[in-house]
Design a protein around this ligand. Sequence first.
Ligand SMILES: [Zn+2]
Length: 165
Amino acid sequence: MTLPLAIRKDRDLLVLFGLHFVSPYFAFLPLVRWTSFLCPHCDAVFRRDYWPSNVRLGCGERICAGCGRPFDDGSREWPELGFAQKFRFYLPPGIQAMTGGLLFCAIFTLIIAPRDVLNSPTVVVVVSVFLAPVFVWCLVRLLWVQRSKHRFENEPYAMQSKMET
Ligand SMILES: [Zn+2]
């Protein structure tokens, strides 16, 4: 059985106010733009994403809280994702920006540090300390990936529905 796909609607506050021409410049701001996902049967919103093409892990099937009918919410299990989607799952745009900012801070710290204390171990420690939040984020993501792989391998129904789509 092939499930109907969730309806995706991109919303943009600036477009709502007739400011289409500035919209691309503010695309990075959450709340200014978002994507709503709706049940294809009754149009009930079941999710809002502030990043376009967010990668979600799951078997894909979701039961609508409004009408109780099943549909495909667009989520896929880890083994079904392509490389770009896997990368995006670990480092979504917000985390990419944060990584860039933290790296910048780490490099700035290294630049202003006295030359005599700078050596390879110090550089590794400074960069690791600054990037610690990113490592923690990736560790949490790794847990999600493990759970997704586990579901993919142990829930034949989820796999079967994928084969048919
Ligand atoms: Zn519904």
